[in-house]
Design a protein. Sequence first.
Lengths: 363, 360
Amino acid sequence: MTGTQLGAAGAGTDGVDGPGRGTPVLTVRDLSVGFTTEDGTVSAVDAVSFDVWPGEVLAVVGESGCGKSVTAMSLSGLLPRAARVTGSVLLEGTELVGAGDRRLRRIRGDDIAYIFQEPMTSLNPVFTVGRQIIEVLRLHQGMSRRQAADRAVELLTLVGIPSPARRVGEYPHQLSGGMRQRVMIAMALACDPKVLVADEPTTALDVTVQAAILDLLRDLGRRLGTAIVLITHDLGVVADIADRVVVMYAGRVVETAPTEDLFDTPRHHYTTGLLGAVPTAGRRASNGRLQEIPGLVPVLSEQPDACTFADRCPAASDRCRASRPPLAPETTDRTVHRFACWHPAGHRADLAAEPPVDHQERP
Amino acid sequence: MSTATGTPGTGTASVDPGAGEPPALEVEDLVMHFGSVRAVDGISMRIDRGRVMALVGESGSGKSTVGRCIVRLLEPTSGTVRLAGTDVTSLSRRRLRPHRRDVSIVFQDPASSLDPRLTVGDIVGEPLRLLGGDRSRGARARRVGDVLEQVGLRRQVAERYPHEMSGGQRQRVSIARALVSSPRLLIADEPTSALDVSVQASVLNLLADLQRDLGFACLFITHDLSAVEYLADDVAVMYLGQLVEQGTRAQVFDSPRMPYTQALLSAAPLADPREQRSRRRVLLTGDIPSPVDPPAGCRFHTRCPVAVERCRSEVPALRLVAGRRVACHLVADDGTGPDVRLLGTEGPPHPAPPAGAGRP
């Protein structure tokens, strides 16, 4: 097995995070990112650990400012120089943290590919989509112009673009938002990456288009064995395609579990709050209101000795403010569910009994 | 209850028989063209007093343009907008002013809709000042303080500036500003779309509370179908500048008739993995066509999985069918019609983890 197992779960028959077959393609351990500012170092990501297995969709969820995008960028050194990255990111055994620029550039093309929320900002408006895909193929795969042109059409076919032979000659502005995102996915797949990092890939798209893109991503994972790290704030998207979920709050992982476990029995109170906040038939609090999380996400700073959610948590005690709960595993016969909480929530059925929170935000 | 859907065909000018008062909003054959872009192309709807109607649709459907026409941020190309019985489309700006009190709008992004140089108190009090009335400075300040408390803020925030507040608090300020003149109709245009999930919940709860307590009618413009389910009494669905279905929330959500509504509802992912992965979904092909050159006949026919020849040539009327309004040739007068969800895949190809996974 590559890298160390998370916590105690590596010990024999405890079970492991993920499908439990083969080895993870990406192993992240104690990844921390700090930004140096005039006022000192600001911590954006604090000791994040997770594994990604071939062919699985791992969702990283959280609200804005929780560090999910910074985590995604730091996987392959995409952050600006002001960022101080520590910890370990192993891609099939190769350490990426601290690797040189040239090596990382190679890895970004060949092994880890990215798609972002707004494809228009990632596509060059003055070149045809075909030319942009061909460029990637020639640069990273060393293909001839002819080979690359044929492969570009194949890739557009693969991502479900109608009349691909015609589309390769079109410019990004001639395509709809959904088609542009398909082109981005085609470019990302050009080098047959092991890991596809999709940062809010459908957030800018309409729901009918989103459904098609999510189906495409799921299908690619199945057919090509590509591992997908899906960064999203949308729990509906998570419920739709994720195999496992990592919940982040204020730069830390607060809970991780297989998708159904997480939705059935969320243990961290931030997760229960998030799930209760989404209006879904039958999931309202007993008083018919949506669950609220009072207060604001704390400023991302070093809070080594406390649970960062304590100030907003209905179950917080002095212990939560004095010592940081570890991301501890709870293992059932099939799965590993981890949460960093001293007073974990029970089953969802109990949640309705929680008192409603005061909706007055703290000024 | 079902009177909110109005009568098809005939104008909706008839006085609501139940209330004896004109409805909060009546829109008749509203058209808004921007040059060759036919953003809104003949919309009629009505909202009775105290009702919340959701106007849903995807980007480019024209839903936000409808809201802007109602508050006359845009001058409609043609058509009539009546607020509490008064035709405001024909009024001059000056004669419109007294009626501006009757309707307010809240936008998606409070960061860009609040003037950063004004204090919260000035922002919230501005409509009172501009709309005149008999309020003294002190009375205005008291009213501002009252309405700030109504939206869950402390009176003291009147002294602060928007940048000193969180996104959720700023949206509360926008809502306070919209409600300070006690409008009969609130247009809420994607009021929670720029907010984080947990903040969205608090703003939705607030809107629900205020609507119940103050009794204003509301046009809730959104693409977020789960928020609609939470907040709305009635639902109107737009596609490419036209209404394609309208009815009560239960009618539209539980038994949508128009194939586009069915596809839209089935495409929005539910935040419940088991339900989401087991339900039938219909995947539409292609994207929304351009409103510059909308398809002939039914505008949805290019993406509709059950379209027939008639749909390509003949525009379907929005007609009353089984208590709701539907624009579809394939829906019979008794409400029976195709359910395109039955054509869809039964859940995505998503195998459950094999038993024993996790065991070495």
